[in-house]
Design a protein around this ligand. Sequence first.
Ligand code: ADP
Ligand code: ZN
Ligand code: ZN
Length: 726
Amino acid sequence: MPRLILKVAIDAPLRHLFDYLPLFNAPPPAVGCRVRVPFGRRSQVGLVVAHARHAEVADAQLRHIHEPLDSDPLLPASVLELLRRAADYYHAPPGEVLVGTLPGLLRAGRPARPMQVWQWSLTEAAPSPDSLSRAPRQAALLGALTQAPCEESQLDAALPGWRVTARTLADKGWIERAQIAPDAATDWAPERGHPLTTAQRAAVDAVAAGSGFGAFLLDGVTGSGKTEVYLTAIERVLAAGRQALVLVPEISLTPQTEARFRARFGAAVAVLHSGLSDTERLAAWLAARGGQAGVLIGTRSAVFAPLARPGLIVVDEEHDGSYKQQDGFRYHARDMAVLRARIEDVPVLLGSATPSLESLAHGRSGQYRVLHLRERAGSARLPQLELLDVRHQRMAGLVSPALAGAVREELAAGRQVMLFLNRRGYAPVLLCHACGWVPKCDRCDAHYTLHRGRRLLLCHHCGRERPLPIRCEGCGAQDLLPLGAGTERIENDIAALFPDHRVLRVDRDSTRRRGALDAHLEAARDGSADILVGTQMLAKGHHFPAVTLVGILDADQGLFAADFRASERLAQTIYQVSGRCGRGEQPGRVLIQTHQPQHPVLRALLHGGYGTFAAELLAEREAAGWPPFSHLALLRAESTRQEDALWFLGETLSLAAELGHAGVDLLGPVPAPMPKRAGRYRAQLLLQAQRRAPLHALLRAWLPALALLPAARQVRWSLDVDPLDT
Ligand code: ADP
Ligand code: ZN
Ligand code: ZN
């Protein structure tokens, strides 16, 4: 009988599969099952990707697997196919893709069934922790449980070694353990949706009409009822006994979205994102795989979660940059969603008020069918956008008199105001007024940002912190001035201008504590805050019906970036922030402060709206040959010595010349936009091609050879196909 070779993917940075023999006296594990295998001197969890007759290695090197881990395939054929094609397209090591995208507990070899979650709590007999001053560990555990019952994983994190103590306390009858039951959805009644508008109905019908694959771009202004379209389309999918996968950019930022899905679909909703414990992640993943979850809502990596009966894939805010994974296996979840829909033969619905130029181009070429929602739902109208020329104005910090006046009017009328600035911290630079000294991060080409509330300087690029200097390190003077403004400073300035109103700041700093974001968003929604000051965090998908005025404090910031995507991003940000206002009964107004009121980008944005503006941008991209009219890949390298990264990239260039690269332009190598970061020198080489085929052909030949270059040992390098930051 011919022997059987198992082709196994292992999460290692190697670009091939590994060959193993099955155990002698057991049936061979099926494709899609995990196995534990010997790997070097250790053992590793791998995934069987194929059965083969021939091995790539000599017989003497072939080893048997240690043990099979699954009796049934963990991943269905469709997801295996998706992952295989993803690894191929992104030129990523197969193990990193096939194994690396599994939930952590499965990667660690744990069984593919929900883990039991145990929770500890106090009994009636428990004494006060204070009475145990001579047994500090017991007191600590009792103290923790006095506040609330704790899951074992929480105790693992908070009180290492707690299990021994718990046994002692349980023997005394002071604490007890119980299993947490899954959420019972007994008292829940589904919320009914709005009657759809004609445009919404047409969109739902279009998605539901076809059978099998179809890609749809739902291009609908902010507040036009896109979410309502998703919900209705999903209702139909559930009624047909199928499941829906819904991707959202950052679920923690928009708890409202999750709440709306839960209100409509109750216990059928499972959620998957990085804020969950390993146990919760596994449970959601398994509920999707087993078909118990009718709707799986998740961030980026949920696109790879298996579904028993897929019926629809939705990508909300498809333009959002957080769909791009920026390290390790670099993929774009929106593109993977479309590929997956094709493989599963189901429709995919991409929604945005500010679609990416890539998706708009696909709409034009007919690859995506475009569905429009041109008006806001209900009685709400789109806000009015106006430029505020701030040249020569006497600014109070970043606030012009005209903006301050507009804010005063809204507040007087009892309405809410939102001020947007995409820069957190107090000031981006601290400067010595006596000699000009500026504290800089010595690991990055960057200044420290002043965080006055936290009394420290913080490097926003590597995370390094240092205490606030009291005097100048150049001349000793005590005259240190904050230069420029971030949200923290705006919060102070605004509070001084409007002392009788409550100012609420929403950014990564003000929401660091667990639960703080929810509390902030709640205060924004229920109107207990009058003025909201914030970063991008405030721009994303929120629904604050009382906001009638949005001030964009510094539009100039976005006008001068070197990246060819800068205008697209600026436009998306302005429209998304604008979209937060006028969502209730009252109409909204958006004031955009600029020193460049004649700038063509701003004028185009104001006069034509996003659609017209995007069409102009597409024409520019086409003329300049940038994506989506060409295809890019970026080879990045970094090293601790300045010359190594450039040297390595120079070598890769020669290698490409040897291999031949007809149809692909190689641009560079050049130092990265921020040449030094976190103590490493960075450089990059850009590959550009009119057609994908020659680019991928070159990459296929080039990457394996590149790993063998002697210079490769001096650097860390990575390849980014379809990079977003160039
Ligand atoms: P989007 O996702 O496009 O921002 P939403 O679906 O959140 O829009 O809808 C915006 C607001 O309009 C929500 O408060 C929603 O409840 C409401 N809405 C949506 N569709 C309708 C409709 N057909 N009739 C009335 N109100 C609607
Ligand atoms: Zn000085
Ligand atoms: Zn730094």
